[in-house]
Write a protein of this length. Sequence first.
Length: 120
Amino acid sequence: MSKIHINSAAHLLVLSLTLGLAATPNPAAATSVAPLATSVSPPVYYLDGVRTDKATVDKLSPKTIAYMNVLDEKAAQQVFGAESGKVMLVVTKQGQNSAAVLALNERVAKVAPLSPAAHR
């Protein structure tokens, strides 16, 4: 079985979306996991509670990320509406206490478990 090595926030995001996981990055160590065969539709990204694009998220340093949550299609539809697919919520250390993040976390917590870091 081959392994994928995760060395950046972008790789962790793609892996999280593929596996449907909520993830908290650990920049001190690379992570290895076995790949799964699955189709991935492009997610919608939110950075610090505000919709953004993949390119912006890809530029983040793992050291700046406080936590991430991945919403599957069912949970995303309950939070964002019928047309939503998968959603990646990325929260930076600087933005984790912002009004936008706190409001979005409150909405998400009603339909999906949040990363333990979101409860700090």
